[in-house]
Design a binder for this molecule. Structure first.
Ligand code: SF4
Length: 403
């Protein structure tokens, strides 16, 4: 479990007499507290600068300069340009958490990403480093699809069916600290979209089945596309149905028990998007993220993580054409970066597809967080409790030790 600690002393924080101590529920309703059981936090506390303030860029620069080496700003690949310009490093969630751990002199880690990423950074950084999420409402809908209670209930169902002891949990990095801790406690490992196959290979050496959390698509795509399993080897556990909607027999017959979760951004791409772009752009290469649905991945030319996508485009020859199935901020940045090299890069879908929660971290939130820190106010700290951290770390260490 995580605690998020918004500053109640933030300037301009409205709401009554100083003598009255608001209850956690009241704070939640007022929009000044995170829901510790959910990725879905609430509005940012404090006195945010207006988005139309013409001095925002200058204010961010000044606050960052004042903080100097005390602050390290991490920018996820899917983040807006206005925020990315202030990032000391960019990358995917795991790379960023490791980058933060490699900067022990930075007292404040400002994570321009989503809640589970800030948790991972807190787990991997030193005790005296404080991780700040500029907007507590920046959560991940996928991570929210697997709560600790639901996963504990699932394990009971597996135990009842007599398969739990032969099942190894493998959890995607995009999960809450609670789920990572569950994974560590039950002998499992974490994976990223880059090492999912290695994680599954390892898991099948430890047991006969895998419970894959929380992204069914990454689990299915890795099992079927990379490991030669069939779709029939996979079943989907739906936490909203009794016994996950599965019989004990189905659980006993499955190799992969996929949690019914998905990314709301990558889950939007369809087979029609692929067929349509192939009709519109002759000779286009379709490159998609493995969080996309199985039929999209099966129809694509290339599949890989965000880091893979970036490297593939770096290596692409001039004159090549690419349709990319991942978050729009990243695709736009890549299109602009590689246009001078004569590489044509388009977004796979016709409709816009931002990660709306990640996009909550905008320049006003970043300015507010940096200025607060520069004034000595620690705001929006994300802190994972010690027990959760130790089991989550165990699962992360198993991932780091993967062959
Ligand atoms: S892109 Fe998908 S998985 Fe990534 S943070 Fe957004 S909702 Fe979560």
């Amino acid at each position: 479990m995580t605690t998020a600690q918004p500053s109640l002393a933030a300037p301009g924080a409205a709401g009554g007499s100083q003598d009255v101590q608001p209850t956690p529920l009241a704070l939640l309703l007022l929009g000044r507290e995170a829901d510790p059981r959910s990725e879905r936090g609430v509005e940012c506390p404090g006195d945010l600068p207006s988005p139309s303030d013409p001095d925002l860029v200058e204010r961010a620069r000044a606050a960052k300069e004042k903080l100097g080496d005390k602050v390290f700003v991490l920018g996820h690949h899917y983040q807006r340009d206005e925020v990315i310009q202030f990032a000391d490093v960019t990358g995917d969630s795991f790379k960023l958490a490791r980058d933060a751990a490699a900067r022990p002199e930075a007292e404040y880690i400002v994570f321009c990403g989503v809640h589970f990423m800030a948790e991972s950074a807190d787990i991997l950084t030193g005790d005296d480093q404080k991780v700040v999420l500029p907007d507590l409402a920046a959560g991940c809908s996928m991570a929210d699809m697997a709560t600790a209670e639901q996963v504990a209930e699932c394990w009971d169902v597996l135990t009842e069916a007599g398969v739990a002891e032969r099942t190894v949990p493998v959890s995607y990095m995009n999960s809450s600290a609670d789920i990572k801790a569950f994974t560590g406690k039950h002998g499992g490992t974490i994976c990223t979209s880059s090492n999912a196959k290695r994680a599954l290979d390892w898991a099948f050496e430890q047991g006969e089945k895998v419970l894959f959390l929380p992204d069914q698509h990454l689990g299915r795509n890795t099992a079927v596309r990379d490991m030669g399993m069939s779709l029939d080897d996979c079943v989907v556990y739906n936490p909203h149905r009794p016994n996950g909607g599965l019989t004990a027999e189905q659980l006993r017959g499955a190799k992969m028990i996929l949690w019914r979760g998905h990314c709301s951004v990558h889950g939007r791409f369809s087979l029609d998007s692929v067929n349509d772009v192939r009709e519109r752009i002759r000779g286009v290469n379709v490159l998609v993220h493995p969080e996309c649905k199985h039929e999209v991945v099966a129809a694509a030319d290339y599949v890989g993580s965000t880091e893979y996508i970036i490297k593939a485009l770096e290596a692409a020859p001039a004159g090549s054409k690419w349709a990319i199935g991942t978050e729009l901020n990243l695709v736009r940045r890549l299109a602009n970066r590689f246009a001078p090299e004569g590489k044509e890069i388009v977004f796979l879908d016709k409709t816009v597809c931002f990660c709306s929660t990640m996009n909550r971290i905008d320049l006003p939130h970043l300015v507010w967080a940096l200025e607060s820190l520069a004034e000595g106010n620690l705001v929006n700290r994300i802190q994972v409790d010690a027990e959760t951290e130790s089991f989550a770390k165990l699962a992360l260490e198993r991932m780091l030790a993967l062959p």
